[in-house]
Design a protein around this ligand. Structure first.
Ligand code: BTN
Length: 321
């Protein structure tokens, strides 16, 4: 591990407290000048580090930088080798991830994370509001054997991975609006855009891009989103830790994607089961009751005549009144 990474670990362990340059030098078995140089290098990377005149250092509470080192430090051992790419600004992490696939410049777990997106993509050609420093915008590439028809399961496990991170790291209570939206206190806080690069002939998937956008602390939304969008938390959660928690869960769940317990967990978090919903069928708005989610992640709805219909994708809204 480089001195800079080791120093980052020490500062992280001692968050909120000053630690003397001498103690750091002793722990890392380097000179105080080398400590000072590593501090300077971290500051050049954008970290805010408070220092005392006699050479004590601590992470400033203002620190909000995205860091591949910190993300990796919080990943489980088996995922630490995955490639994490950080961008200050990007058009869309999904778009760039698909480019990496087209150029064959990726591995399983290659992940792109951006501080802001200038052209964030949502489902159905919509855009995803991605202002800087307050949200999480990431795309991870999964290279795994999967049938094209099972692609919804990737969205299901991604939603679960985000909900688990919300539950573990905040006091907020997440709920999932089938299939890919996460809500907290009745407002959408996360959207997921899953895009498969597939082999048309064999009907198998070469790689999947999982794009996850989380309004972690975003408070200011444009007028048209204000009623619907919210943020996960007001608590001071590190984006790096949150990202690592999402990825740890996502990679673990992907390794076990056909496990029946996944759908059970997803159903418990559902915002729509047993509710009246509306969806579009051939241009007509249909009202029905959401009754179940099957093993493929499809939504089963019952119309007023008691007929069951299976919805494979698309969008539903919850009927109020
Ligand atoms: C939706 O709500 O319709 C899906 C939104 C998905 C947004 C994420 S942010 C990271 C990744 N890059 C994109 O351009 N989109 C996804």
């Amino acid at each position: 591990m480089k001195t800079k990474e080791q120093l980052l670990n020490i500062l992280n362990k001692n968050k909120g407290e000053f630690i003397s340059g001498q103690d750091i030098a002793k722990e890392l078995q380097i000179s105080r000048t080398a400590v000072w140089k590593a501090v300077r290098s971290l500051k050049n990377d954008g970290y805010s580090i408070d220092s005392l005149q006699n050479g004590g250092y601590k992470f400033s509470s203002k620190n909000n930088i995205l860091s591949d080192i910190e993300i990796r430090n919080n990943l489980s051992d088996e995922y630490k080798k995955f490639d994490i790419k950080i961008f200050k600004t990007i058009d869309s992490t999904n778009k760039q991830a698909k480019k990496l696939i087209a150029e064959n410049l990726f591995n399983n777990g290659t992940t792109l994370v951006a501080d802001e997106q200038t052209d964030g993509k949502g489902r159905f050609g919509r855009s995803f509001f991605s202002p800087k420093s307050t949200g999480i915008y990431l795309s991870t590439i999964l290279k795994m054997p999967l049938r094209l028809q099972d692609i919804s399961l990737i969205t299901i496990i991604s939603a679960l991975a985000v909900c688990r991170a919300v539950k573990k790291l905040t006091d907020s209570v997440p709920e999932i609006k089938w299939i890919n939206d996460i809500y907290v206190n009745g407002k959408k806080v996360c959207g997921i855009l899953t895009e498969a690069v597939s082999n048309f002939e064999t009907q198998t998937v070469d790689a999947v891009v999982v794009g996850i956008g989380v309004n972690l602390k975003t408070k200011l939304f444009p007028e048209e989103l204000r009623k619907k969008a919210g943020c996960v938390t007001k608590e001071n959660v590190s984006r790096n830790v949150f990202i690592a928690e999402i990825l740890n869960n996502l990679f673990r769940l992907a390794g076990n994607i056909y496990d029946k317990k996944i759908i059970e967990e997803y159903k418990k978090l559902s915002l729509v089961l047993n509710k009246k919903i509306k969806y579009l069928s051939n241009g007509t708005v249909v009202t029905a009751t959401a009754v179940d989610i099957n093993e493929k992640g499809n939504l089963l709805v019952k119309d007023s005549f008691g007929n069951i219909k299976i919805l494979e994708s698309g969008e539903i809204s919850i009927k109020i009144s």
